[in-house]
Design a protein around this ligand. Structure first.
Ligand SMILES: CC(=O)N[C@H](C=O)[C@@H](O)[C@H](O)[C@H](O)COP(=O)(O)O
Length: 221
């Protein structure tokens, strides 16, 4: 079996500037996800990976976001090492055409050499990114960065067309990710061939949901 079975993956991340800074929040969310039948958790930072792995038995995709680089998701081996040593079963790597500090093939090679049991999720933004990374044989390709690069800026997400195209064309399983917020979108992604679907913000950033309600109430107050 692959490192992750087919199904729903919950992305549970906290970043600087978020109103919650508590690792317990990430762990509780991960527990809720597992209880409800999610097959894996995606999270950022070694401290979150470690806390989840210590509390429950579920595959974790780890990443580190470093905004000093344009290719900001786990841009170097050092970033990857942090989350892998914290217990991540897979590591997510920014595989866009954005400027990066290390060549992608070198980064893949070093991760595989030092951590042969850890899977690699290639986070891409468009079809060309996916085609290019295919030769490096990542375990999964995720549509995470569609809409978040200069060459996909303004594209509507979730990008179900991209999932459809990639699933048809590539031999690597596709993870649909980025902007999924309704059950209908998730159904479509599976219908179009997704191996798994990641849902994050719609579930694990509750302050954004609250803000939506608060803003709609404003004119009446
Ligand atoms: C672009 C970027 O930095 N994406 C991150 C990748 O790890 C996360 O902030 C997202 O929450 C995750 O991809 C899930 O997507 P959504 O939150 O839209 O369901």
């Amino acid at each position: 079996m692959r490192q992750i079975p087919r199904g729903i993956i919950i992305s549970c991340q906290l970043e600087p500037g978020d109103p919650i800074e508590d690792v317990c929040f990430v762990v509780s969310m991960a527990k809720a996800a597992k209880y409800a039948g999610a097959v894996a958790i995606r999270t950022n930072e070694a401290k979150h990976v470690r806390a989840i792995k210590e509390s429950l038995d579920i595959p974790v995709i780890g990443l580190v976001k470093d905004r000093n680089y344009k290719a900001f998701i786990t841009p170097t081996f050092e970033h990857a090492k942090q989350v892998i040593e914290a217990g991540a079963d897979l590591v997510a790597i920014d595989c866009t055409r954005n400027e990066r500090p290390v060549e992608l093939d070198k980064l893949f090679e070093q991760i595989r050499l030092e951590f042969p049991n850890v899977g690699i999720v290639a986070d891409i933004a468009d079809e060309l990114d996916a085609e290019r990374v295919q030769s490096l044989k990542p375990d999964f390709i995720a549509t995470t960065l569609c809409g978040y690069t200069s060459y996909t800026q303004g594209w509507r997400i979730p990008n179900l067309d991209l999932v459809k195209k990639l699933s048809k064309k590539l031999f690597i399983p596709i993870i649909a990710e980025g902007g999924y917020s309704t059950v209908e979108e998730v159904e479509k992604a599976f219908e179009y061939g997704a191996y798994a679907v990641v849902i994050g913000t719609a579930i694990t950033r509750p302050w954004l949901t609250i803000q939506r309600f608060v803003r709609r109430a404003q004119p009446f107050l």
